[in-house]
Design a protein around this ligand. Structure first.
Ligand code: LMR
Length: 329
C-alpha cells in the first residue's frame, strides 16, 4: 500500500465517474491506525465494498489504514473538523474527553465477549454513544477486536512482581496507566503507529494488545514473552462527523446505515476467528514463550488492581460501575 493512497483506489472503478457526470459523488474518508488484516481493517474494507456495490454512483468510501492519514492522536480532531468523515478509534482513545468510557479500560471487568456485547448492545452502549454527540461527532456503532494480552522483551509476566521495573506502552488512558502502576511498572502513552519502533529501540520493555495487533504489526517478533491474560477489552466506536452525516440525503444515509449494520454483524463473527487464527500463527512461528494465566495467578493480579475500581467509580459514577459489575455472572 502506498502511503496516503486509499486502500481500494488501485481497484478500477466500473466507469469514469467524471465522464458519467458523477464528479459530485460524496466521499467518505475513513481513517484508521491498524493493519488491513485485522478486525477493524477488514471491517472498514468490507463497509467500503458494500457501499461501492450499492451506491457507487453516489458515494465512495476511501479507507486509509495504518495511520497513513492521521494517527490515533489526531484522528478525533480531524473528524470533528470534518477533514475526515469516519473513524473507529479504540475506546481508550476516548477516555480523556469522555470519562464514562473509562469503564471499559478497567482490568478484568468483563469475563468474556458475551458480557461485553451485553453491555454495548444495552443501556450502557446507548449512554456511551450518546455522550459523543457533544463534539460534532456522532457514534453510530461498535466494532469488536477482542481481549488484550501482555508482552515483554525482558521476562515472563506471571506474578505481579514480574512487572516491577519494566516500562509498558499504553494507549492514552489514565486507567491503563493506573493498571501498570498498580502492578509496579511504568507506563508510557504512545500512538499505535510508534509501538513497533519503540519496542525495537528498547524505549519500552513491553506492551498490551490484542493478538491481531500483536500479529499484524509483527510485535511477536520483537517481544519474547506473552501472557494470555485477557485482562482488558479492546473495542472500537465507529464515529462519523455529525454535520456531514446529518447533511446527507436521507435515502443515502439510510443505505449507509444498512451497510454499516451488516458490516458490524460481520465484524462480530470475524474478530474472534481472526484472533484465534493469528494466535496459532504466532505459536507456529516459535518466536514467543507463551504463558496462559491461571485463575490463581489472575487473582494475584486482581488483588493489586482492585483499588483502581474505587478511583474510577468516582469519575464515572457508582451506577455505571454497578451496571458493569453486574455483567460478571
Ligand atoms: C492501540 O493503539 O494499541 C490500538 O488502539 C490500535 C487499534 O486501533 O486497534
Amino acid at each position: 500500500i502506498l502511503i496516503g493512497f486509499p486502500l481500494h483506489s488501485s481497484k478500477p472503478l466500473p466507469y469514469d465517474a467524471e465522464q458519467a457526470g458523477l464528479k459530485d459523488r460524496i466521499v467518505i474518508k475513513f481513517s484508521h491506525v491498524v493493519a488491513e488484516n485485522t478486525p477493524k481493517g477488514l471491517a472498514a474494507e468490507r463497509f467500503a465494498k458494500l457501499v461501492h456495490e450499492r451506491l457507487s454512483d453516489r458515494v465512495e468510501v476511501q479507507v486509509y489504514p495504518n495511520g497513513t492519514l492521521y494517527t490515533d492522536k489526531h484522528e478525533l480532531d480531524a473528524l470533528s473538523r470534518g477533514d475526515i468523515q469516519m473513524i473507529a478509534p479504540s475506546f481508550s482513545n476516548l477516555t480523556s474527553a469522555f470519562p464514562s468510557w473509562k469503564a471499559f479500560d478497567l482490568p478484568f471487568a468483563f469475563p468474556n465477549q458475551q458480557a461485553v456485547d451485553e453491555a454495548l448492545q444495552g443501556e450502557i452502549g446507548k449512554q456511551l454513544l450518546g455522550e459523543l454527540t457533544n463534539a460534532n461527532m456522532r457514534g453510530i456503532s461498535f466494532w469488536n477486536n477482542g481481549f488484550k494480552q501482555v508482552t515483554s522483551a525482558q521476562r515472563p509476566l506471571i506474578h505481579p512482581e514480574d512487572f516491577a521495573g519494566q516500562t509498558f506502552r499504553i494507549l492514552p488512558s489514565e486507567v491503563l496507566e493506573q493498571q501498570f502502576h498498580a502492578l509496579g511498572a511504568e507506563a508510557v502513552m504512545m500512538p499505535f503507529t510508534e509501538v513497533y519502533h519503540s519496542v525495537v529501540r528498547g524505549d519500552v520493555d513491553g506492551q498490551e494488545n490484542t493478538i491481531s495487533n500483536i500479529y499484524s504489526k509483527r510485535l511477536y517478533q520483537v517481544q519474547r514473552y506473552m501472557t494470555i491474560s485477557n485482562h482488558g477489552y479492546l473495542g472500537y466506536a465507529v464515529i462519523v462527523n455529525r454535520s456531514f452525516w446529518e447533511g446527507l440525503p436521507a435515502d443515502i444515509r439510510h443505505e449507509l446505515e444498512l451497510a454499516l449494520a451488516e458490516t458490524t454483524q460481520w465484524n462480530r463473527k470475524l474478530a474472534q476467528q481472526l484472533n484465534d487464527q493469528q494466535l496459532n500463527e504466532i505459536k507456529k512461528s516459535g518466536m514467543m514463550t507463551i504463558h496462559q494465566l491461571t485463575v490463581k495467578e489472575r487473582d494475584e493480579w486482581l488483588k493489586k488492581l482492585a483499588p483502581i475500581y474505587e478511583q474510577v467509580e468516582q469519575e464515572i459514577g457508582a451506577p455505571l460501575l454497578a451496571q458493569i459489575k453486574s455483567l460478571r455472572h
